[in-house]
Design a protein around this ligand. Structure first.
Ligand code: MET
Length: 392
């Protein structure tokens, strides 16, 4: 810790630009940086500058701990009423024979496949299907909870919920209460994309607006549920749109404290209507993670979603502010493989995930969805893990 602080102090002292020096000093003093500071970091700061400071903040908050969880996904359908241009996954209802629509029974079969396996979370997201309604999902959640009460159900993006609640003609507050009572434990962070309408109107014109997204998360927080937040970056947005996005999240977090984790999602250009837009470089990716760590001072965790970045780049993020890698996943999501990610069958065993974290000299800690520590793997020998079926 002392070393990373000294490193951070040195890089702040040595920077020539007075504004950057001032931002660095704020960070070293534990003060919040402003919107203008955020834009300035993207525009003017070097990767070593933001990276060294972000690593300092990361170690101040979490030391070397790097969290991961053991989870699987259920994607009920990829049939969707919306036409987000960056999406490689969805199929319109008129072309639903090209997609999939799982029945409750098929989804329960997936849940039962994990009987006796030490997963702690099921993550449910997918297309916004016109016929999979609130009642259908209430019933599904109840079935999951009846079968396995201790499995944390994290499900449905604010976009999916917005549609579900409208169709059911219930208010956001009523809808959220109904799902929470059925057993929904928390919300994932998807559907946020870029909040600012200048970009939102170009890339996902027809789904929930920024205000609707934020209102749904607020309602969940007020019920005592936690949630995550994402940002789809690296396409047509400008730096200031990113900062505006993070600012809106930071403000809601000041109000409710209900967010656990911020998850930047890299735009991948495979097989979608924005395939002509180049993908961001790894340097831009790492810079984004670092600035996010510095800006989102009231978010406890910053997560790299490895199926989208690739596992080696995900490892690299651990030096740029990230303290969490999601998750074992077990090849149960198609969202990023269909967008051209190098991870075509995203699955990591616990041994592989622990090994990735240890390779970059961090401390692997299994967590549950709410960041309660399940197990610290620092002192567990990798060979021992390889020999134990529970970890493979
Ligand atoms: N339907 C979700 C949304 O737009 C995304 C799930 S990933 C295909 O919020």
């Amino acid at each position: 810790m002392n070393n990373v602080k000294t490193d951070a102090q040195r890089i702040v002292e040595s920077v020539n630009n007075a504004t950057l020096k001032n931002i660095g000093e704020k960070i070293l003093a534990g003060q919040r940086i402003s919107y203008d500071d955020g834009v300035m970091l993207f525009e003017e700061a070097s990767l070593p500058f933001v990276g060294t400071l972000a690593n300092y903040v990361r170690e101040l908050k979490h030391g070397n701990k790097t969290y991961f969880n053991r989870n699987f996904h259920i994607e009920p359908t990829n049939v969707c009423v919306y036409t987000c241009k960056f999406c490689s996954y969805s199929r319109l209802y008129a072309h639903r024979e090209e997609g999939w629509e799982l029945s409750s029974e098929q989804m329960m079969d997936i849940v039962r496949k994990y009987d006796g396996k030490p997963v702690t979370e099921v993550h449910i997201v997918g297309g916004v299907h016109p016929k999979m309604n609130l009642h259908f999902f209430v019933d599904l959640i109840k079935q999951i909870k009846a079968h396995r009460p201790d499995l944390h159900v994290k499900g449905f993006t604010a976009v999916e919920l917005d549609y579900m609640f409208r169709k059911a003609k219930v208010s956001v507050e009523e809808g959220m209460k109904i799902l929470n009572d059925a057993g929904l434990d928390s919300l994932p962070g998807g559907g946020a994309e870029i909040f600012h309408d200048e970009i939102r109107s170009q890339i996902c014109n027809d789904k929930a607006t920024a205000d609707e997204w934020l209102q749904i998360h607020k309602a969940a927080h007020l019920l005592g549920m936690h949630s995550n937040a994402t940002m789809l970056y690296g396409h047509i947005e400008k730096y200031w749109h990113r900062v505006d996005h993070m600012e809106r999240l930071r403000q809601l977090q000041d109000e409710t404290g209900g967010f656990n984790t911020f998850i930047p999602l890299k735009f991948r250009n495979g097989d979608n209507e924005m395939s002509n837009v180049p993908e961001s470089s790894v340097i831009e990716d790492m810079k984004l993670y670092a600035v996010a760590r510095l800006y989102m001072d009231n978010f406890p965790h910053l997560k790299a979603y490895w199926p989208m970045l690739g596992r080696q780049n995900a490892q690299l993020t651990l030096s740029f502010g990230v303290n969490d890698l999601d998750g074992t996943i077990d090849d149960t999501t198609k969202i990023y493989s269909m967008a051209g990610s190098e991870e075509q069958t995203p699955a990591l065993t616990t041994t592989q995930l622990v090994s990735l974290i240890k390779q970059v000299k961090r401390e692997p800690v299994e967590r549950d969805t709410l960041y309660n520590e399940v197990k610290n793997y620092s002192d567990i020998d990798l060979h021992e893990m390889e020999a134990n079926p529970l970890y493979n």
